[in-house]
Design a protein around this ligand. Structure first.
Ligand code: OZR
Ligand code: MG
Length: 208
């Protein structure tokens, strides 16, 4: 039977990237998505904004919601110090299988803990299961209608960075973080990955 898009993306990584070299993995995925087959990675343009926010926050603990093929997982992990922890949640087992291999090819498996399941179920268990009371940074890139309910599950001192707040969009989340006194929110205008369509990242600092 025909391969899946994540399988073709992984094959491109294994063919074109150097094992253990995360930047070459990021470059191979971006080239595959730009010149061969679009895929819903945060991409190179928004990826640079992601990198700058990660570097600025310098988090000891990161939670990523929506691993997909592990592109942003690798980007974030590469910027973390060796003792930092990145937990990434993925609901789709077929995506998780691919993401584990992409993360391994990039040599980032030490810092990354990929957990399969739904964010709504797993977030409340973070404390007991992983001993993490709150995360320094949360990257929201999963189902857009889960951004708001999941943000409400995590109101305990994080910086939230959300992908796709314009396209596909998460209007209820955007309205909440921009108007709630609990957050100071900032929009980073960009484009939907590998296209000229407007999209952006919203960074929201929890004020307590
Ligand atoms: O749905 C998106 N992301 C959520 C992914 C949802 C699916 O993958 C993770 C989750 O387990 C679900 O199976 C998305 C969609 C577009 N898009 O242009 O359609 C662009 C993006 O950057 C996106 O993150
Ligand atoms: Mg996205």
């Amino acid at each position: 039977t025909r391969s899946t898009r994540p399988q073709r993306l992984l094959a491109a990584v294994q063919k074109n990237a150097t094992r253990g070299d995360p930047r070459s993995v990021v470059k191979a995925i971006d080239e595959f998505c730009r010149y061969t087959e679009w895929a819903m990675n945060v991409g190179d343009e928004k990826g640079c904004i992601l990198d700058s926010v990660v570097s600025e926050v310098n988090p000891a603990t990161v939670l990523e919601l929506g691993t997909y093929c592990g592109y942003s997982t690798v980007r974030i992990a590469t910027l973390l110090p060796p003792d930092a922890k990145l937990i990434t949640l993925e609901f789709n087992p077929d995506f998780a299988v691919i993401a584990r291999q992409v993360i391994a090819w990039a040599g980032q498996e030490e810092k990354v803990h990929l957990v399969e399941g739904s964010s709504g179920d797993l977030i409340p268990k973070m404390k007991e299961q992983f001993g993490v009371k709150s995360f320094d940074l949360v990257f929201l890139d999963h189902w857009k209608d889960r951004y708001l309910p999941d943000a409400k599950l995590m109101e305990a001192g994080s910086v939230l960075l959300a992908d796709n707040v314009i396209c596909p969009g998460s209007p209820d989340y955007l309205d909440y973080v921009r108007n709630s006194p609990k957050y100071r929110s900032q929009y980073f205008k960009s484009h939907l990955e590998y296209t000229k369509v407007e999209d952006g990242l919203e960074k929201s600092v929890f004020l307590g």
